[in-house]
Design a protein around this ligand. Sequence first.
Ligand SMILES: Nc1ncnc2c1ncn2[C@@H]1O[C@H](COP(=O)(O)OP(=O)(O)O)[C@@H](O)[C@H]1O
Ligand SMILES: [Mg+2]
Length: 253
Amino acid sequence: MTARTIAIASGKGGVGKTTVCANVSIALAQMGKKITLLDADLAMANLGITLGMEDTPVTLHEVLSGDANIEDAIYEGPAGLRFVPSGLSLDAFLRVDVEKLKPIVSTLLQDTDMLLIDAPGGLGKNVLGAMISAAELLIVTMPDPSALADALKTKLVGKRLNMEILGVVLNMVRGDKAEVTSEEVSVLLDSPILQSIPYDDNVKRGSVEGKPVLLRNPDSPASKAFKKLAAILAGEEIKEEEKQGFFKKIFGR
Ligand SMILES: Nc1ncnc2c1ncn2[C@@H]1O[C@H](COP(=O)(O)OP(=O)(O)O)[C@@H](O)[C@H]1O
Ligand SMILES: [Mg+2]
């Protein structure tokens, strides 16, 4: 079976791409999947900070600038997931060649079930580099108009690149009346809402401590939503339906 590659993008920054990427990857790894997590936010890398994994001397920057092999930039993260960080050095960033990303992703796929790519904000060269390297697109957004406008552009670019649009993660939902509703978001983006993630103070506290909420507060509202999203991405829901169909066939007669 070929490994899946999912880019996580949003257009707008600060909507929770990195948070979703980190927590969903941990949940998938906890389910027994072989997960590789790639920080493609080359300019503003912070997946390492989010995971509490900042001690990573060799990063994607050195690999993309031709100074290191990808094997040297793979680190073991929570629940045994494989993590490829980006660097924090501005000098190294300026020497990076994003066109090398796609062949690197091919190498990473050899030993993984699912590769998740944390894309940068915007729609510049580095975002396109991340999107071109993946077959599937997961859009993260927030229930506010400017985030939604950017999410729509991101989706349209994904379509032009012939990506499979998996759907939308609606993050930081507070449930107040002023908010755009999940139905409205779905219509506006013409995509299914795979999961809503509530605004959860534990996520913020976790990010201050460098501990993903899924590890820090496994039963908090956001963690539960991340686990549901992981099950959806892994196709567990579909399996459950198939199972029901199977039992109906056997016992329904
Ligand atoms: N569901 C949530 N509840 C509360 N805070 C959140 C939630 N999701 C993300 N955040 C916070 O929002 C900020 C931006 O998140 P981040 O994942 O870095 O966004 P992006 O990668 O899209 O720029 C971080 O401080 C993060 O802790
Ligand atoms: Mg980010």
